[in-house]
Every structure is written in C-alpha cells, then in structure tokens.
Design a protein around this ligand. Structure first.
Ligand code: HEM
Length: 424
C-alpha cells in the first residue's frame, strides 16, 4: 500500500470522461473537494456493484445502490466485519479490536454490555444537560463578527457530550475530540494525514487516561458505591467486559469506537445542518415557520450529510450480488454516501427536503446487527441544538466555503465560518 498516494490532494477529472475501471472511489480528495456526487452517480447507473482492481488500499468491491447496501449490511453471515470496517488496513504497530469489527457472538456480548448507556431512560436523563450546555455555548457566541462554527459549536458540544457519557474530567474534554480525529486520521486507514508518531503518542495517552479512570471506577464500586451510568462504569462492572483491561487492544479499540462513534458523526451533522440551511434557504424558512419539523429535518440532514461515508466487509464465501461474483476473502465497501443519494429509492436525493415523507429511511446509521448504537443520542443532540438555535437566531449565514475533512471515511468539515443574526 502506498500511503503517500492515499493522501495527496488529487486533481480530479470529470468522471464521465474516465474509463469506468479507472474511477477511484477511495480517493479522499473526492470528499475533501466535495466532488464525489457525479462519480457515484455514474457508478450507480453503469456498474452498481463495481470492482476496483487498483487502489492505494488494494482491490475492493464498491456497493453503491441503496438496496444492495441493505442486502450486504443485513447479511453478516456472508459479509464479515472482521478484522476491520474501514477501507484501509489498521497499522499493526497500534493493535486495536472493538465490537464494530467483530462478528457474533463476541460482537453481541460486548455491544450488550455498553448498550444501557444509550437506553431511553438514560437519554431522557441526559436531555436536560444537553440543552443547558448547548444553551451556554450559543449564548456565548460573538454576534458582531464571523467565527468558525466547527470549533466553537459543533466540536465544543460533542466534546461536552462525550465527557458526560464517559464521566470524563470536564476540563480535559478537548482531548476526546483530538483522540477521535487521530483514531481515524491515519493515511493507511482513510487517506488522512496524522503521522504514526502522533497517533502512537495520542493513543498511548488515551489508554493511560482511561486506564486511570477505570481503576477509579473499580475502586469506587468495590468500596460499595452504586455503579454509575457512564460507559466506563458499565464496562467495568459487566461480566462480559470486566476483564477488558487485560486485553489492551480491545480496551483501546472499544474506547476509540465509542469516542469516534459519538464524536465526528454528530459534530459533522451539526455543521452539515447549518450548511444545508444555507444551501436550501426555502427549507430554512419552512423550519422557522414550523419548528415541529425539527425531528424530521434532523433525519433528513443525517441522510444528506452521511457523516460516515462507508463501512467495509469481507466476503466469507463466494456470493453473487447484482450479477457479479464476489469471491470469498474479497473486500466489500458499502458506500452509504452513495446509497443515500440513490434516485431509485429517494426522490430528488441531492436536495434537502425537511418534511420529506419517511425521512428516517436512510443508510447513515447502517442496518443489521451493527446498526448504530448511538443513533437516538445523535438525533437527540441535533434536535436539541436546533430547538435552542431557533430560540436565539434568525439566521446563521455561512460566509465562505467550508473546509472539508480529507478522508474517505469521515465525511465532514474542518472549518466553516458563519455570521449570526440574533432574533430582532
Ligand atoms: C455504529 C453512524 C452517532 C456509537 C455505527 C455505524 C454507522 C454509524 C454507519 C455502523 C453501522 C453498520 O455497520 O451497519 C453514526 C451516525 C451518527 C452516530 C451517522 C450521528 C449522526 C453515534 C453516537 C454514538 C455511536 C452518538 C455513541 C454512543 C456507535 C457504536 C457503533 C456504531 C458503538 C457500533 C455498533 C455495532 O457494531 O454493533 N454508527 N453514528 N454512534 N455507532 Fe454510530
């Protein structure tokens, strides 16, 4: 694998001028330059189950239509999540293992152990805190100058939420966002730019910090105190995950999963929602006129943004799909970002339509046994954010094109400058 090739900024051609076989859907520049739409449209129309022989990440199949993606995602027997779910291969000098990259029965046990943190009762308990925190963030934004929405709001809010679900020291919360970026930011994983030294130092710090937190929770439980409802307490007290500390790659992997799961995704949906309301002002007008549309708008934004552009699987046997023979051992990439724009299933898919019928019918949370564990939490954060925004602002104007993440996995923004108009 040539990681250099994976992360250099490409000059992108018109996809219709290229031979189909030379289209590289793994090129992170497609996403950082926001040029992926026509590439995928062509592949969806002409070769929806597409084999790419050469890529910096090796050969792989691209699944690009909605229904085919559902078929792969709901068939974990034929399409395994092991050893990993990103298009690239993890670097074996930094071993990680987590339940998103496991098949049953291990997947089911570890997922069950942490699921309670996002149970409806816990979410209801968190809502007030989320509302209070977003309110404080919004009340402290500058009104007379432009500023970066990504760092001031989206990152700040999601870091605070993560600190809450991990019961992590509040003053160190920015470390969570940093670790999340580092976990997926390697060139060989996603075409990102984090160096191996930087990743190693960050993950080392993460394991030490969480190891200390784990010991603290353990001591508290053994002293007879009630078990907390945060993720570390749940994992530390559960029979299936209690000994995870003795398997460092699993400990590190599951932490990274929960941090990335709850961080980049929600962060980029919050930024994406502001951008969408700028690109589709008539939809913003609808929303302002009828805030009851917020829940449906949230689902529509999560579809339109698709914060994780793909998940990959490995075929466990020869399987036929869309008239193609996928061989045992082949890498299969489900491009959610493409399925969510599939005209066969979603009318006018490039448009944000906040009152779209059946807005929750999208691929952004996946399907099947790995369907996003935090989907209700992510939706709730977005809903509350917009409820609080509409109480305070008439408009959030994006004043220049946002900068986007250079990755084929996380689809999002590194900065987005905005100017606020408070309610007059
Ligand atoms: C899994 C997306 C928010 C935790 C996933 C998957 C996707 C996804 C695509 C894989 C699905 C599959 O393979 O079928 C999103 C999006 C979010 C979001 C778009 C927000 C808009 C969250 C939050 C958490 C979270 C807030 C925090 C708890 C997880 C976990 C998994 C997962 C733990 C692994 C589930 C498993 O393997 O069983 N998410 N996610 N996610 N997500 Fe999320």
């Amino acid at each position: 694998m040539t990681s250099q090739a994976a992360h250099k900024d490409s000059i992108l051609a018109d996809p219709y001028s290229l031979p189909l076989e030379s289209i590289d859907l793994s090129d992170p520049s497609l996403y950082s330059q926001n040029r992926w739409q026509d590439y995928f449209r062509r592949v969806r129309d002409e070769d929806p189950v597409h084999y790419q022989k050469n890529s910096p990440f090796g050969p792989f199949w691209s699944i690009t239509r909605f229904e085919d993606i559902v078929a792969v995602d709901t068939n974990h027997q034929d399409f395994s999540s092991e050893p990993f779910i990103m298009i690239g291969e993890p670097d074996d000098t930094i071993p990680v293992a987590n339940f998103i990259s496991m098949d049953p029965p291990k997947h089911d046990q570890q997922r069950a152990a942490v699921q309670a943190v996002v149970a409806p009762r816990n979410l209801a308990a968190m809502e007030g805190l989320i509302r209070e925190r977003i309110g404080t963030i919004l009340d402290n934004l500058p009104l007379d100058e432009s500023f970066d929405w990504v760092s001031s709001v989206s990152m700040e809010l999601t870091s605070q939420m993560l600190a809450t679900i991990f019961d992590f020291p509040y003053e160190d919360r920015h470390k969570l966002a940093y670790w999340s970026d580092i976990a997926t930011g390697a060139p060989e994983l996603s075409g990102g730019t984090a160096s191996q030294e930087e990743r190693f130092a960050a993950l080392h710090d993460m394991v030490n910090t969480f190891g200390a937190l784990w010991e603290q929770k353990s001591a508290s439980r053994k002293a007879g105190n009630p078990v907390g409802f945060d993720l570390i307490s749940l994992m530390e007290s559960n029979e299936d995950t209690r000994d995870m500390m003795s398997r460092p790659e699993e400990f590190m992997g599951n932490l990274a999963l929960l941090i990335v799961g709850g961080n980049d995704t929600t962060r980029n949906s919050i930024s994406g929602s502001v951008l969408a309301m700028n690109k589709f002002p008539e939809e913003f007008a609808k929303l302002r006129a009828n805030p009851k549309l917020i829940p449906s708008m949230v689902s529509e934004i999560i579809r339109w943004q698709t914060p994780l552009s793909h998940m990959r699987r490995i075929a466990t046997r020869d399987v036929e799909l869309g008239g193609k023979l996928i061989k045992k051992g082949d890498k299969v990439v489900m491009w959610y970002i493409s399925g969510n724009r599939d005209e066969r299933v979603i009318a006018n898919p490039d448009h944000v339509i906040i009152d779209r019928a059946n807005a929750r019918h999208h691929l952004s949370f996946g399907f099947g046994i790995h369907r996003c564990m935090g989907n209700r939490l992510g939706e709730m954060q977005l809903r509350v954010t917009w409820e609080e925004i509409l109480k305070r602002f008439d408009d959030i104007k994006v004043v220049e094109e946002p900068e986007r993440v250079h990755s084929n996995f996380v689809f999002g923004y590194t900065s987005m400058h905005v100017k606020l108009s408070p309610i007059s």
